[in-house]
Design a protein around this ligand. Structure first.
Ligand SMILES: *Cc1c(COP(=O)(O)O)cnc(C)c1O
Length: 812
């Protein structure tokens, strides 16, 4: 740890940059190209220009960053710490440029140099430090906190390899390692002065009546900071990512000197593995020791950093809740409760009850799923081995809850069947527990934690997710952003409810026409990207129908592809029936060990190969599945979509945020009453939403009926024909039994009720076609979707967290 030195005579003005006029911006860009990147402009590559441009823009983030830090200290403001194992950030350059108001000047200067902004921005690798929705939410929240001036830190892990790169080989998913750090990362600031020892394993001994943990290993957590700038560059927060380094004692010098180099380096390699890879599972828990160790590593380093920062300005830890809020993004950092209690009791001399109460007032827990396979549980034996002191504290917390609130029914405690239940631990450690949509929060209350809710009434609240309009409109869809600004003026970017003003223009033919042009432009751009990146041609002008998200049985990509086959069969029977041309876009990755999801991917690709090659239908129906869905692909696809597929089995999607991005960009939703779909439909109006399917309550009833799938299949001729075509090998002639497993699941179990919802989905799709044939009506509906989506800005979500959980007032 290294202290800052005293300096004299440095004024704030000494550091101020001049106005970013084109002339100055050009000078500064060329300066960085030569003196930071070290390249002669004559020979600079796209990478060199991207580095120079990133530094030029990054420089402008420093003043708001320093100023926000200074104000937070000077005004002794409460800070929120957002702990998340995932941050699915995507690219940073253009986002920072937009938020700092430099996008246009940068583009102009580059154009003068014969360069293209987008081409250079597209050179940046995605920071894919997350799997899907949960990680992307953390990224949107960071941006909103900065925009609102909510003093906050994001804490995560600096994975060397983010989410794997997906490719297809004969239609099958293949995974390749992702290497976002191989080239320089201009957004990274290494902070060698902020490093913490994280202990692991070892024993707990009793000394003078106190428990003392003697860890067997120490791993060093080294901080890497990225500034997160808010819109209009008025505030910036820090995303702090921890890299794991071996502590000095891990290197076995004796062994090394004895010539056993590999063995000597082993513990070192083990330490580094803590931040080597992101676990690629989405909504499943693999229960591996490395994962638990990663979670503790993130949490311990962060909590130590939080206490250090607090103690720099205060000496009374009892007042911690007045200055610190910690939000746990799912159960992954749920060890934060025991860790905070441990530090307060073992290092700062608190008694247990006072420490537990303090931790509870500081912590909040966001639940993201009801899926039993996603609710983390760790075996007591593993916990005892890796975190022996924490296991003691968990047992103590469990007993303490009974002391305070009386005996409780079976199965409510923190430990059950030899496993520590992290959901219950996070619940008991926190003063607030929130679900992420109204429906989901109700289910958290009634299905997941009914007994705990009864013991702690009012603890569970709802905060519906949101997305940042800066990235998801302004950056992703500049023509739409311009049209909005031309129509209702500036300011909607930070006051998204103002989109309502667009409603007054919905009957204006010239506005409708302009709106249609933005969609058309986005479709052309997406088609151009498909052609140049993937060599795929699609008919422009077709209805773009998209389902992009992780591949999971509950999200029901299977329902979508089965319907696509049914539609193809119908077109073939009657090619001249005036069909609406459609492009079906699929995108998304499957966890490498999730075999059913991988079969679904292969089926989509096999079906695509047959359909796209069918001269009778190919102008009317196309299936595309560009590999490696990520944030950058989402930014290109979402503005182009007409139809957004949000078709999960009701009761299983906690919220969804993809649904919000699509509707905000004028796609109409075909969806079930699940997650935030319910609220989206309420906001945009039921007449502007294609609803279908069983409700969550009906799902529970139907599941209990024996042979529900067989009954549904027998009642639907189109579905029978589809299943028969698959069974006959229509899409896998060289291997007709390839999908025997999937078909068997469908006929005999169908937990996700694909068969039961097929007929309703088919009817809703028919309605989609009917409405699409009336372009004026469709356009109206799309405009009303955009106009009524203001509620789903992540600014609204963060304002709610600030007032309902964190008790923080924004600085702006
Ligand atoms: C928004 C987003 C998600 C979440 O999508 P859902 O449809 O809500 O599951 C996942 N991945 C990426 C890259 C995203 O941008």
């Amino acid at each position: 740890m290294s202290e800052s030195l005293e300096v004299h005579g440095v004024e704030k003005d000494d550091l101020t940059l001049p106005e970013p006029t084109p002339g100055h911006f050009r000078w500064w860009l060329l300066h960085h190209l030569q003196y930071t990147v070290g390249t002669d402009p004559e020979h600079a590559s796209r990478f060199d220009w991207r580095m120079a441009l990133s530094h030029t823009i990054r420089d402008r983030a420093m003043a708001p960053w320093f100023e926000a830090t200074r104000r937070t200290w000077d005004e002794d403001r409460k800070r929120v710490y957002y702990l998340s194992m995932e941050f699915l950030i995507g690219r940073l350059l253009e986002d920072a440029a937009i938020n700092l108001g430099l996008r246009d000047v940068a583009a102009e200067v580059l154009e003068g140099l014969g360069l293209d902004f987008s081409e250079i921005a597209d050179d940046e690798p995605d920071a894919a430090l997350g799997n899907g929705g949960l990680g992307r939410l953390a990224a949107c929240f960071m941006e909103s906190m900065a925009t609102l001036g909510c003093p906050g830190y994001g804490y995560g892990l600096r994975y060397e390899h983010g989410l794997f790169k997906q490719g297809f080989d004969g239609g099958r998913q293949v995974e390749a390692p992702e290497n976002w750090l191989v080239a320089d990362n201009p957004w990274n600031f290494t902070r060698p002065e902020s490093a913490y020892q994280v202990g692991l394993r070892g024993d707990v001994v009793e000394e003078d009546g106190r428990s003392v943990w003697r860890p067997r290993f120490q791993v060093l957590a080294a901080a890497h900071d990225t500034p997160v700038v808010g819109y209009r560059g008025r505030w910036a927060n820090t995303l702090r990512l921890w890299a794991a380094l071996p502590g000095a004692e891990l290197f076995d010098l004796d062994r090394f000197n004895a010539g056993d180099f590999t063995a000597a380096a082993e513990p070192e390699a083990w330490a580094r593995s803590l931040s080597r890879v992101l676990y690629p599972n989405d909504s499943t828990d693999r229960g591996k020791e490395l994962r638990l160790t990663q979670e503790y590593f993130l949490t311990s380093a962060s909590v130590q950093d939080i206490l250090r920062r607090y103690l720099k300005g205060h000496d009374e830890l009892r007042r911690l809740p007045e200055h610190v809020a910690i939000q746990m993004n799912d159960t992954h950092p749920a060890i934060a409760g025991p860790e905070l209690v441990r530090l307060l009791v073992d290092e700062h001399g608190f008694d247990f009850a006072a420490a537990a109460e303090l931790a509870n007032r500081v912590l909040g827990y966001t639940n993201h799923t009801l899926l039993p396979e996603a609710l983390e549980r760790w075996s007591v034996d593993l916990m005892r081995k890796v975190l022996p002191r924490h296991l003691q504290i968990i047992e103590r917390l469990d007993a303490h809850e009974v002391e305070l609130h009386g005996p409780r029914p079976e199965g409510v405690g923190l430990i059950e069947h030899g496993q520590v239940k992290m959901g219950e631990l996070a619940f008991l450690s926190s003063h607030r527990v929130n679900g992420v949509s109204a429906l989901h929060s109700d289910l958290v209350r009634t299905e997941l934690f009914p007994a705990l809710d009864a013991r702690h009434p009012g603890r569970i609240v709802n905060i519906t997710n949101g997305v940042t309009p800066r990235r998801w409109i302004k950056l992703a869809n500049p023509p739409l952003a311009r049209l909005i600004t031309d129509t209702i003026g500036e300011g909607w970017e930070t006051d998204l409810d103002r989109l309502r003003e667009l409603e007054g223009h919905v009957d204006d033919p010239s506005f409708r026409e302009a709106f249609g042009r933005t969609k058309h432009l986005a479709k052309e751009r997406f088609a151009g990207w498909l052609r140049s990146e993937h060599g795929v041609d699609v008919p422009v002008g077709a209805l773009v129908d998209a389902q992009v998200k992780r591949i999971h049985e509950y999200k029901r990509q299977l329902l979508n592809i089965l319907w696509t086959i049914a539609h193809w069969q119908r077109i073939k029977r009657d090619p001249g029936a005036g069909w609406v041309p459609r492009v079906k876009v699929f995108g998304g990755k499957a966890a490498p060990s999730y075999h059913v999801a991988k079969d679904i991917i292969r089926l989509v690709n096999d079906v695509g190969a047959v359909l796209n090659d069918d001269p009778e239908t190919r102008d009317l129906l196309r299936v595309v599945y560009p590999p490696n869905y990520n944030v950058s692909m989402a930014e290109k696809l979402i503005p182009a979509a007409d139809l957004s597929e949000q078709i999960s089995t009701a009761g299983m999607e906690a919220s969804g945020t993809g649904n919000m991005k699509f509707a905000l960009n004028g796609a109409l939703t075909i969806g079930t009453l699940d997650g935030a779909n319910v609220e989206i439909r309420e906001q945009v109006g039921p007449e502007n939403f294609f609803l279908f399917g069983l409700t969550a309550e009906e799902v529970a009833v139907r599941r209990a009926e024996p042979d529900h799938a067989r009954a549904a299949i027998e009642q639907s001729e189109p579905l029978r024909d589809v299943l028969q075509a698959i069974a006959e090998g229509t899409f896998s002639p060289e291997d007709p039994h390839r999908y025997g497993g999937l078909l068997d699941l469908l006929w005999n179990s169908d937990w996700f009720l694909v068969a039961s919802d097929f007929a309703a989905y088919d009817a809703a799709q028919t309605e989609v076609d009917r409405v699409y044939r009336d372009p004026e009506r469709w356009q109206r509906m799309a405009i009303l979707n955009v106009a009524r989506m203001g509620h789903f800005s992540s600014d609204r979500s963060i304002r709610q967290y600030m007032s309902e959980i964190w008790d923080i007032v924004p600085a702006l």
